[in-house]
Design a protein around this ligand. Structure first.
Ligand code: PLP
Length: 391
């Protein structure tokens, strides 16, 4: 029977063998075959159908990992999902599946800072050149494409500054020039936007964030279309990047409530964005003002928005911003958002890439908020009290 995603997430992956509501955690390195003939037959089957989820050796996965692959393939509506041990592992896998020495990659300027370090610095050691393009002006993609360009790597919205790009335009430029496209979709997850369906070749989600949702596990997914499947399969085999069955189980447990949590993150974040917008010294970086370009680009592609936003704050001194952040009671200070709890971070300029247009050195500061699942009235009261430090 046809069912909605909401129902699917509740009813999938029952274990009929043990009659439990959830699938078992199967831990294995060695898989035992009854005879050598069985082993050889499996190898043949694997060659014929490499997507099959075969039981051959623990590094390739066990039933627990394959179950999560299946759920996410349905959620992404894609050809296949590869699972890795962290979101950044999926970023690495996407890039090293495609690029070889002598190639070039175009990367959106406001990317996640470890992705920036990987492309800007580490790839250089492999004679791979990175060019950063301006997400506000997609002509900068056209201008920088050369015969060597193999990949366009998009993160949407931009980390910390939350620019929303015209994604279809990027895909059509890439297709015309036969360039592979990848997108980091950690902010929205496929619950709100499905990159492969729109035409991206690869889509990355850090499962550490909203998929797991409870700040107690790390994992990453890389969704792909048929075109890049074989490249990624080979590279995953070469790198040994793999999610463990225990972590796969926890991520599946998180996914049961992905819809409920994201709906509430969205509701709370919208209330808080509107509350903060009343402050003259704050520019809220979140798609909620209907007349803004970001809003239009967000609305064009997304079904919803999540709990992460940026605040550009004008203050006389940096210490005021620190005081604001430090005096919050219900916001922790730490990196990995996407859990049930609220977070606040003052982002240092060095983490911002090339965004000179942001004027961050002229008494402007960037704070990142993750709006959690607490009572939004408590969060608003907390923010109101602490914003007294901004003068
Ligand atoms: C957190 C994050 C990652 C990396 O994920 P980890 O699971 O922490 O390795 C990649 N991209 C974005 C946009 C992120 O926010």
């Amino acid at each position: 029977m046809k069912k909605s995603l909401r129902t699917y997430l509740k009813h999938t992956s029952k274990d009929f063998y043990n009659r439990s509501v959830n699938p078992p955690i199967v831990r294995a390195s060695t898989i035992i075959f009854k005879t050598m003939k069985d082993l050889r037959e499996l190898q043949k089957k694997k060659l014929k159908n490499p997507r099959g989820g075969h039981y051959e050796y623990g590094r390739q996965g066990t039933s627990t990992v394959y179950e999560l692959e299946k759920i996410l393939t349905n959620l992404e509506e894609c050809y296949h999902v590869f699972l890795t041990s962290s979101g950044f592992g999926s970023v690495f896998l996407a890039i090293f599946s495609i690029l070889r020495p002598g190639d070039e990659i175009l990367v959106s300027d406001p990317v996640y800072s470890p992705t920036r370090a990987l492309t800007q610095d580490f790839l250089k050691e492999f004679q791979i050149k990175t060019i950063f393009y301006d997400p506000r002006n997609l002509n900068s993609i056209n201008k920088n494409i050369t015969k060597k360009t193999k990949m366009i790597y998009v993160e949407n919205p931009g980390s910390n500054t939350f620019e929303f790009q015209d994604l279809k335009k990027i895909i059509s430029i890439a297709k015309r020039k036969k360039i592979i496209t990848a997108m980091d979709n950690t902010w929205a997850t496929p619950y709100f936007f499905k990159p492969i369906k729109l035409g991206f070749d690869m889509s990355i989600v850090s499962a550490t964030k909203y998929y797991s949702g409870h700040s107690d596990v790390m994992g990453g997914s890389l969704a792909v279309n048929k075109k890049v499947f074989k490249n990624v399969l080979k590279t995953q085999n070469m790198t040994g990047l793999r999610l463990s069955p225990d972590d796969a189980y926890l991520i599946m447990r998180g996914l049961r409530t992905l819809d409920v949590r994201l709906d509430t993150h969205q509701k709370n974040a919208n209330l808080i964005a509107h509350f903060l917008a009343k402050y003259k010294k704050i520019k809220v970086l979140y798609p909620y003002i209907k007349s803004s370009k970001s809003y239009k680009m967000w609305k064009k592609y997304y079904h919803g928005s999540t709990g992460l936003m940026g605040l550009k704050i004008k203050a006389k001194k940096k210490s005021m911003v620190d005081k604001f952040v430090n005096s919050l009671n219900f916001f922790g200070h730490g990196y990995s958002w996407g859990g049930f709890e609220s977070l606040a971070m003052h982002q240092e300029i060095r983490e911002q890439g090339d965004r000179k247009f942001f004027n961050l050195d002229k008494n402007n500061y960037l704070v990142r908020l993750h709006i959690g699942l607490e009572d939004p009235n408590d969060l608003i009261k907390d923010l109101k009290k602490s914003l007294k430090h901004i003068k």
